[in-house]
Design a protein around this ligand. Structure first.
Ligand SMILES: *Cc1c(COP(=O)(O)O)cnc(C)c1O
Length: 465
């Protein structure tokens, strides 16, 4: 494979990046010393870096490039839209065709009467919108004291002040004064890490019942909504016990609190249905969407609400919006993305073809000496690495030490797989073929073998006491 030559040498790009570019969720000084990886192009499920390496992207960028890279149809849609109407706003009694068409399409695809779309440019913005929607909803119903939103520890809902507060990431809350007022966190349904002596289903039920406990403690008259990802993504692809969501739905119904499903990752086919709430049989009042909505080709997100929620907040002027809410180019690109998902049957591909094959091979990783459990739903999966397969004990080293070692071996093996602590996670493009799944699994196995050998050599196969 010859290196791409139409740019500066890698070392110069790295030096310029280190000099001027601050990276998200990164220790920039450390990265500058190590040298950043420069991605120059991509096609299908493969990235190409500035050295010409072909890297299998098992994270679909950041969980978003569901239809894969290199889709000229989306570039053409953007080009057409930019020539016709590159921008107009949707604030002051105006609209345009791409926003109308995309809102209608989203209403058709989402279940039930989730028919009303408020556009944003990202998942974070959509969740900020949701905070204001649910509080405005209750204020309009004459119950302004219902302002508390309950979320979970280790949830991820975005990185703005509002959405970062909804999330339950301790390192994020430690910086910059989060969370904002009236956000309450309960335990996550993470059986592997927190299930103790309970069996999985018993634990799932107990976790869900913590919602009821919180409602009773804080006062039913104070609670506006509960928010959750059907499957936690950034928290480590935490697939909830089957007992969890039905109990959450029961509690939300009983106390009449709004249920927000954050479908930013789970939406648009990831779990083998159009939406994660279909996989888990829940009925959200509001849905957050982004990422797979445009497969990452344009920044766009939205809050989708039921007819009832829309009717209530529609009675006042909702003093909220973004300059680029319903940006015509982003809408046109998202529409083309949804057309491809439908025309190519990508949801069915995940459900009937790629998903089952991945599940068989992924769960087969449990025969590896380093793997405690390997779970997958649709096209998202996680592997818990353990020092000792006979218990769920963590490594003696700081959490994430082993995960980083494995992640670095993955890079060497031309595989992008992410680590969350000492869990390895994947969320590949939905177009992944059977052959590509086999290549993926071979690279994962090689990386796990190398990690295991390294841990043996460094005497790190020890459990925390
Ligand atoms: C990525 C993500 C977000 C935030 O989306 P951005 O577009 O990064 O702002 C929100 N919720 C979930 C579940 C996510 O995975």
């Amino acid at each position: 494979m010859s290196a791409i030559t139409n740019h500066l040498p890698t070392s110069e790009l790295q030096a310029l990046d280190a000099a001027h570019h601050m990276h998200p969720f990164t220790s920039n000084t450390e990265l500058a010393e190590k040298g950043v990886r420069v991605i120059t192009r991509a096609n299908g499920v493969y990235l190409t870096d500035s050295e010409g390496n072909q890297i299998l992207d098992a994270m679909a960028g950041l969980w978003c490039v569901n239809i894969g890279y290199g889709r000229n149809e989306l570039a053409d849609a953007a080009n057409r839209q930019m020539r016709e109407l590159p921008y107009y706003n949707t604030f002051f009694q105006s609209t345009h065709v791409p926003a109308i068409a995309l809102a209608k399409k989203i209403a058709e695809l989402t279940p039930g009467d989730l028919n009303n779309v408020f556009f944003a440019c990202s998942g974070s913005e959509a969740n900020d919108t949701n905070i204001r929607i649910v509080r405005t909803y209750w204020a309009e119903k004459g119950k302004p004291e219902k302002s508390v939103i309950i979320s979970r520890n280790n949830a991820y809902h975005g990185s703005s002040m509002g959405s970062g507060s909804l999330g339950g990431m301790a390192p994020m809350h430690a910086q910059g004064g989060l969370p904002i007022a009236d956000i309450h966190h309960i335990d996550q349904p993470h059986w592997w890490a927190e299930g103790g002596d309970m069996d999985r289903e018993e634990f799932g039920l107990a976790c869900a019942q913590k919602l009821e406990k919180a409602i009773l403690e804080l006062g039913e008259d104070r609670i506006a909504a509960f928010i959750g990802e059907p499957v936690q993504g950034a928290g480590g692809v935490v697939i909830p016990p089957a007992s969890y969501w039905p109990e959450i739905q029961r509690i939300c119904d009983k106390y009449e609190i709004l249920l927000i499903a954050d479908e930013v990752i789970c939406g648009f086919g990831r779990t083998g249905n159009w939406f994660g709430c279909e996989t888990y049989n829940i009925r959200p009042d509001i849905m957050t969407i982004a990422k797979g909505l445009s497969s990452g080709y344009q920044p766009i997100g939205a809050s989708v609400m039921t007819d009832e929620v829309a009717a209530v907040i529609g009675t006042t002027e909702f003093a909220h919006g973004y300059t680029y809410s319903g940006h015509p180019v982003a809408c046109a690109v998202a529409l083309e993305n949804l057309r491809i998902i439908e025309d190519e049957g990508l949801v069915e591909h995940v459900r009937d073809v790629a998903g089952p094959h991945l599940k068989t091979l992924w769960e087969g990783l449990e025969d590896h000496p380093l793997v405690g459990e390997a779970r997958v739903i649709g096209m998202m999966g996680s592997v818990a690495m353990v020092p000792n397969k006979s218990s769920r004990a963590a490594f003696a080293s700081d959490p994430g030490t082993v995960g980083k070692i494995c992640r670095d071996f993955c890079y060497e093996n031309n595989l992008v797989m992410r680590h969350v602590g000492d869990r390895m996670i994947i969320s590949p493009p939905l177009i992944l073929s059977i052959d590509e799944i086999d290549i993926l699994i071979a690279r994962v196995r090689r990386s796990l073998d190398q990690t295991y050998a390294e841990l043996q050599a460094q005497d790190m196969l020890k459990a925390a006491s």
